[in-house]
Design a protein around this ligand. Structure first.
Ligand SMILES: *Cc1c(COP(=O)(O)O)cnc(C)c1O
Length: 394
């Protein structure tokens, strides 16, 4: 049985280019970029070259890029930094959305315990934050607005440019978690007008354990890892050189092929949506236009997402019921609940996230398998029987 990997929003396979860029960093150019001798200085040059290339991909300046250990760390540093800087000026209000990644939501919970006030904006049925809601929520003591660029479970894209413009007018710091967006749709920090932006390597065929924070020059950044002078004194710790060059190679590759991959992947995605639309009581969650090329999230009434995933896995298909971080728990997704999906339906959700490595043939196998598995699970589902008899109305 061949593996059909369609869980690219959880993580991706490292690309050939990224892999090849990483290998020499282990046994050839293995020096410490902080060393003054030539073995270190060669690596220092490789580090700064990677920084330049990464900066170019998002329209930033190299000195605005701070490499981190992951997207989560970048989110933490951006949010905590803006919050504590705001608090020094008596500003302790933060605005975000209800369907952020836990790297953001759990950081906000920590701040709430420390006395910050948090407003989470609605995302509605479409899975999109509304600019007028942000305008209404902004206050004189708002220190930070953090809204993700693309959602990791449903793939909807937020109006970051418009949201950031509202914040700029009021002088409020704006951060976006662009982990699902970078390498998949165009990300240009000046076009977007954001102050801070988080990226992670492993969501676009780079390695795990490396990410970066873009922080616009002039925006103060607090330090949370204390130690050496790495990353312009903002993030101590010897640089993960293999990770950094792998991330740079993968991001460059993804940005070069953005349009080509986007067209190819969205055609596969639309084929899946089209292929399952004859299934009764099945819905696609979130806005159908403003979304990432590769992510589709569906609900099938009367079945459990876990059963769906296990049976698809038996057919070689690796998908997800939502976020990899929450699957494993039986709690329905906070993202779907925030979008007003009823609890029963949220339990039967399926996320398929494609990459340019997927093929038409795989998509056909997926469509056929979803039909078989949904039919089977419904044939043994007491809930489905009730729905059929009209006993459960939804
Ligand atoms: C994956 C993901 C993260 C976390 O990135 P890591 O590098 O795995 O820590 C944060 N935000 C979003 C939207 C993600 O999809």
């Amino acid at each position: 049985m061949n593996t059909v990997y369609v869980d690219n929003a959880a993580t991706t396979q490292v690309s050939e280019a990224a892999y090849n860029a990483m290998l020499p960093m282990f046994r050839e150019t293995y020096g410490n970029p902080s060393s003054l001798h030539h073995v270190g200085q060669v690596v220092k040059e490789i580090l700064e070259d990677a920084r330049e290339r990464v900066a170019k991909c998002i329209g930033a300046e190299p000195r605005e890029i701070y490499f981190t250990s992951c997207g989560t760390e970048a989110d933490n540093q951006a949010i905590l930094s803006a919050a504590y800087n705001g608090a020094q000026k008596g500003k302790k209000h933060i605005i975000s959305s209800k369907f952020e990644h836990h790297a953001v939501l759990h950081t906000l919970e920590k701040l709430k315990k420390e006395g910050f006030e948090i407003t989470l904006l609605d995302v509605y049925k479409e899975g999109i934050v509304r600019v007028e809601d942000l305008k209404a929520a902004l206050r004189d003591d708002t220190a930070l607005v953090t809204i993700m660029m693309a959602n990791n479970e449903v793939g909807t894209i937020q109006p970051i440019k418009e949201l950031a413009a509202v914040c700029k007018e009021k002088g409020v710091t704006f951060h976006t978690d662009a982990v699902q967006a970078a390498g998949h749709i165009k990300v240009d920090v000046n076009e977007l007008g954001v102050d801070m932006l988080s990226v992670s390597g492993h969501k676009f065929h780079g390695p795990k354990g490396v990410g970066f924070l873009y922080c616009r020059k002039g925006v103060p950044l607090q330090v949370f890892l204390n130690g050496g002078a790495q990353e312009r004194n903002r993030r101590a710790g010897t640089e993960n050189m293999a990770g950094i060059v792998g991330l740079a190679a993968a991001l460059e590759e993804a940005c070069t092929n953005l349009d080509k991959n986007g067209k190819y992947i969205s055609a596969l995605r639309d084929k899946i949506i089209d292929g399952v639309k004859d299934i009764e009581l099945a819905t696609v969650n979130g806005d159908l236009e403003r979304r990432l090329p590769g992510t589709v999230n569906m609900c099938f009434e009367g079945i459990e997402g876990e059963g769906l995933l296990l049976l698809l896995d038996q057919k070689g298909i690796c998908a997800s019921s939502g976020s990899a971080c929450t699957s494993g728990s039986l709690d329905p997704s906070h993202v779907l609940l925030a979008m007003g999906v009823p609890v029963e339906s949220a339990h039967g959700s399926l996320r398929i996230s494609l990459s340019e490595y997927n093929t038409e043939e795989e998509v056909e196998h997926i469509i056929k398998s979803i039909h078989e598995v949904v039919d089977y699970l419904r044939s043994i589902s007491p809930v489905w029987e009730k729905i059929q008899k009209g006993e459960v109305v939804e």
